[in-house]
Write a protein that binds this ligand. Structure first.
Ligand code: FMN
Length: 322
């Protein structure tokens, strides 16, 4: 089989002129990243645009072993968004390190690994499995929006103590490598500030806000949910104001904490809005399902917009709404 040519960004000068971004324990060439679970496990988007043009590619969350995910249907359209219950299907960390990570590095992508678990020990194991690869990664994002299947039944990200337990075991295993560790949090809680404080105390170099909102859609003819799993996570345009509000509130309470913003970003203006609310990095998720080139298009749009706003570097708009 003939190798695909590695794509380059012909409009690189647009974002290069705004300089690198140093935040949340990383220095990236620009602040635009993919969102976990929306850009594959490896280099799936490489045929569409230069993955090397993004600040980083955040891969789909990985479990210590392969994981089958949920029964179909796994995604449904909703007004101004989508519902998904993919159920974190994946190859497991070790297979990912062997097959997907090399494919990403081969196209010069900057890589953020994402891990998840059903128990604190699962997160510890997944982190351990990444120890020998930290030099090939720029950060590890810890997806805390997962149900805890032992002890207190709760989503890790809805419980400050459980979130701290996870961050502690991950930091114990990866902290000495110096790699950035981001905690990805859920908007489905009224205790977000407590949870942010807790993950910060246990080693998070940044918080990723937000994961999907809990949702459900029914088929009135069958009287059953349209997703195989029953409920799912709402993402896309519909949740953008929720993401902006969460980022704004967290920034107001924690003036120095690096925030990675995600939720319904579909154009350059959404990026700038999130930065003004307090996000120094911005991830593109559901927009990629409508157009696989969306992350790069949005990067170009945001870069042009910075010029029209009179900003000469990304940091010029950061926290501007406060
Ligand atoms: C199909 C799908 C799969 C997702 N898988 C993951 C995942 O594996 N890990 C994770 O942390 N977030 C996952 N997410 C959440 C996204 O990373 C993001 O936080 C959320 O969708 C909001 O951003 P968006 O509106 O731009 O999609 C997934 C979202 C979608 C739509």
């Amino acid at each position: 089989m003939k190798d695909e040519p590695v794509l380059r960004d012909k409009n690189e000068s647009l974002w290069r002129s705004l300089g690198d971004v140093t935040t949340a324990g990383v220095t990236l060439k620009n602040p635009i990243l993919t969102a976990s679970g929306t850009a594959g496990h490896g280099a799936e988007l490489a045929p569409y645009f230069a993955l090397s043009s993004l600040g980083a590619v955040v891969v789909k969350s990985l479990y210590p072993t392969s994981w089958p995910g949920n029964p179909p249907p796994r995604v449904q359209n909703t007004p101004s968004g989508m519902l998904n219950a993919v159920g974190l299907q994946g190859p497991g960390v070790e297979a990912w390190v062997q097959h997907d990570l090399p494919a990403l590095l081969a196209v010069d992508a900057t890589v953020v690994a994402s891990i998840w678990g059903h128990t604190v020990q699962h997160y510890a194991t997944a982190a351990e499995q990444l120890v020998d690869s930290t030099s090939k990664l720029v950060a590890v994002e810890v997806n805390l929006s997962c149900p805890n299947l032992e002890g207190r039944a709760a989503m890790f990200a809805h419980d400050a103590e459980l979130s701290a337990d996870v961050m502690r075991v991950v930091t114990e295993r990866l902290g000495s490598s110096g790699i950035a560790i981001w905690a990805k949090l859920s908007p489905n809680t009224d205790r977000i500030l407590q949870i942010v404080e807790s993950v910060q105390n246990y080693g998070a170099t940044g918080v990723t806000l937000i994961n999907t909102l809990l949702g459900m859609q029914l088929d009135i003819s069958t009287r059953r949910p349209t997703l195989g799993n029953g409920g799912g996570g709402l993402s896309g345009r519909a949740i953008h104001p929720v993401a902006v509000r969460t980022i704004f509130d967290v920034r107001q309470a924690f003036s120095q904490l690096p925030i990675i913003g995600v939720g319904g970003v579909a154009n350059g203006s959404d990026v700038v809005e999130m930065m003004m609310a307090g996000a120094s990095l911005v991830q593109i998720g559901t927009a990629t399902f409508a157009d696989p080139r969306a992350p790069q298009k949005i990067l170009h749009e945001a870069s042009r917009l910075m010029g029209t706003l009179g900003a000469s570097k990304w940091g010029d708009v950061l926290n501007a709404a406060h």
